[in-house]
Design a binder for this molecule. Sequence first.
Ligand SMILES: *[C@@H]1O[C@H](CO)[C@@H](O)[C@H](O)[C@H]1NC(C)=O
Ligand SMILES: *[C@@H]1O[C@H](CO)[C@@H](O)[C@H](O)[C@H]1NC(C)=O
Length: 342
Amino acid sequence: MKWLTLAAALIAPSEAALRFGCSTLSIQRLDPLVEPGKVPSSHLHQIVGGNAFNATMQGDIGEKGSCTTCTFTEDFSNYWTAVMFFKHQNGSYMRVPIMQNAALPNGINGGMTVYYTQQDFNSNGNQKIKAFPPGFRMTVGSPTTENLNDAKGHVGLRFVCLTDKNTRFPELPDFPTKPCKGGIMTVHHFPSCWDGKNTDSPNHQDHMYNTAKEAFQPAGACPSSHPVRMAQVAYETLWDTAKFANMWPADNKNPFFLSYGDNNGYGTHADYMFGWKGDSLQRAMDSSCMFQACENGKPLKSQGVAQMNACAVKSQVKESIDGWLTEMPGMNMKKRQVEFSA
Ligand SMILES: *[C@@H]1O[C@H](CO)[C@@H](O)[C@H](O)[C@H]1NC(C)=O
Ligand SMILES: *[C@@H]1O[C@H](CO)[C@@H](O)[C@H](O)[C@H]1NC(C)=O
């Protein structure tokens, strides 16, 4: 028995790390995870991934999509975050466009960079990583976070003031306070310890436990309440805030807002809906590929930028989200009061 355990440890395969781009699938007010069935949802999201994205999503998403905006064609998962807005001194808002990240193929339409790593950024480690089961979903962070201390406690949810697309430090718990020459990056690391039973929980977080440390450092061990080590999912989103530099307000106050009305960034959060087809994610995590080397069937099927950009979902919400707006979508407090009292 002892010998078997030792042998198993010696032949344990090194595991994979994925990093890939996903172009924008849709920018609209839907939230199948936190507000299922509600059209429109309370605030605006930017969404990437499979085209089964809808107001309500149940069952095995990997069996439902017909295209994906992500590099790997068996990945019909959806990944989404709040949208960023610029507020002009005159009170008007404009959506901040998303930019393509560094280290991805050219021509990706906005979108996000998605990671499924194991030990840390540079090392695959040697721990067995479990893929998420069909139906799995989770959120990280909370839009109701109201102070800096609580935001600091959300390890892995950070902002980076970019000099250029390769800037990664320092990581800030809230919005940068000066104009950032290369834009702003938001980073969302999800927890990676699972309770081994539930694909969701009432607050969409209790079935997971976070042992992540800052900036892709090796995570701590999983606790006995959440003993199963899953892939470390993380998003990077680059916002082209530099295009508003010549409209920086005279009072020097941060002019950027997240789409649920957050001007500090304390409530930064993200949503994940697992949708890899069959055992594709497990096959990838059991291989030893890293980043681009996982493409072209080694072991994952992949597609080019033109195909990624061609996949899209039409908005079900008829409202304008571009150009100068008098308020962020869904954020008209007066109108909301009327709706609630009606
Ligand atoms: C979204 O759901 C509605 C209502 O169930 C359905 O009519 C529509 O086809 C769905 N859209 C997609 C893209 O699956
Ligand atoms: C605010 O400024 C922008 C840019 O100059 C302009 O296009 C927009 O109409 C202005 N909004 C209001 C309410 O004046």
